[in-house]
Design a binder for this molecule. Structure first.
Ligand SMILES: [Zn+2]
Length: 302
């Protein structure tokens, strides 16, 4: 699993930062969170591919988080995409997309399904689930959590060999959780595999003030990307504009037991967000600043 940041600026772009867009790249699928204007340009640069299986989750209907959907869908059509896309977002997203498709009069080469999200479970897939929590922003906004499901335990080939199970198809079946037969003997996966391994938890705040509710929602995230629009000396401004400071992001991450904090959504007044990282690091030990096209490979301990 990896996180790819396609846009990390707040409200307006800079020469080096585009509007908000983050992709979580899974083995067989891409989950995109927000698609600010220009998302297609950085998506192109990321070389993630136009016909990949994809779902898009929009946190809220401010232009810098959703206007990029249109160009993205249009280019995908020009690239003859055939794979369907599911788009999740707050109420109003269906009208936004329908009106634009109609006015701009472009057809799509692939099916698009639109799902309105409410707080709670949004999607329960075979290998992961997506939950939302209401954020504290100036319009209805959601934060998202991707929870990967338990992964199978480690496979021990020496145990399989010792039990006389021939390598190949039968090993593969054991690894995918099936019992196998060799002669009249039946072998269970537990005989050749270790304990199941916990899946990773990834949090994406979208635009928000820090809240107690989000602290609970992001409990024990392995990676959390959080609104860090301002430095702490502008915390009144952050409060007024329904955003967070880097320090507030770090305080929330610390209380929630988050392992790795990634600051993003920087105000254009910060050419270099190093000061924001420094401020957050006084609170939380693992902090980095996102930048456009940054890729983070999710670490698995075992
Ligand atoms: Zn916003």
């Amino acid at each position: 699993m990896k996180l790819v940041f396609l846009g990390t600026s707040a409200a307006q772009p800079t020469e080096t930062r585009g509007m908000t867009c983050i992709c979580v790249v899974l083995e067989k699928e891409i989950l995109m969170f927000d698609a600010g204007e220009g998302a297609q340009v950085s998506y192109l640069k990321s070389r993630l591919g136009w016909n990949k299986k994809m779902k898009i989750f929009i946190t809220h209907l401010h232009g810098d988080h959703c206007v990029g959907l249109l160009g993205l869908l249009q280019t995908m059509s020009l690239q003859s995409r055939t794979e369907s896309i599911d788009i999740y977002g707050p109420k109003g997203i269906e009208d936004f997309i329908a009106a634009n498709l109609k006015v701009l009069n472009f057809g799509l080469t692939f099916p698009v399904r639109i799902m309105i999200v409410k707080e709670g479970l949004v999607l329960d897939d075979k290998t992961y689930s997506i939950h939302t929590c209401e954020a504290d922003h100036s319009i209805p906004a959601f934060s998202y959590v991707l929870q990967e499901k338990e992964r199978p335990g480690r496979f021990y080939p020496e145990k399989a060999k010792a039990l006389g199970i021939p390598e190949g198809k039968l090993w593969h079946e054991l690894q995918s959780g099936k019992e196998v037969k060799v002669g009249d003997k039946t072998f269970k996966p537990s005989g050749v595999m270790g304990e199941k391994r916990p899946g990773k938890k990834i949090g994406i705040s979208g635009d928000t003030r820090p809240t107690k509710k989000l602290e609970e929602f992001f409990k024990n995230c392995d990676y959390l990307t959080f609104d860090s629009t301002y430095s702490d000396e502008l915390k009144e401004k952050a409060q007024e504009n329904y955003h967070s400071t880097a320090k507030q992001a770090a305080e929330l991450a610390k209380k929630a037991g988050v392992s790795n904090l990634i600051l993003t959504h920087f105000s254009t007044r910060y050419d270099d967000p190093e000061a924001l990282v420094k401020e957050a690091k006084t609170i939380h030990p693992s902090v980095i600043a996102a930048k456009d096209l940054l890729e983070i490979t999710v670490k698995y301990d075992v």
